[in-house]
Design a protein around this ligand. Structure first.
Ligand code: ZN
Length: 110
């Protein structure tokens, strides 16, 4: 992978990072406890609780992705960039293109 490609991936990951950070903020608000004094009918309240569970699950995923992106941005400058953390073989270019935050090759990931 040459420097131009690296730069392109870095830009993409930084953009993604900004987006995921916004997602986390939005989801943090959405997973706040539902105020008991909120005038909701029973059904609406159950829907609200359901939405909350969905938001919490999404929030966990978004936070995980945030960490992954931050870590791979740090790795990008190191000598291990593009190498599988488990087996040490190069990670395929297509995989990096699709998921720049990958830290292991297709074989080890499956
Ligand atoms: Zn591997």
């Amino acid at each position: 992978m040459d420097d131009a490609e690296k730069l392109r991936l870095r830009t993409r990951m930084q953009e993604e990072l900004v987006r995921v950070r916004q997602d986390v903020e939005t989801l943090e608000v959405a997973s706040q406890p539902i105020a008991p004094d909120r005038a909701l009918g029973r059904l609406t309240r159950m829907e609200g609780l359901n939405d909350k569970a969905v938001s919490e699950a999404a929030l966990r995923l978004a936070r995980k992705r945030l960490v992954q992106l931050e870590e791979s941005l740090q790795r990008l400058d190191g000598t291990r960039w593009g190498l599988c953390v488990r087996c040490g073989n190069p990670i395929g270019a297509a995989r990096l293109e699709y998921m720049p935050e990958s830290d292991c090759c297709v074989k080890c990931a499956s």
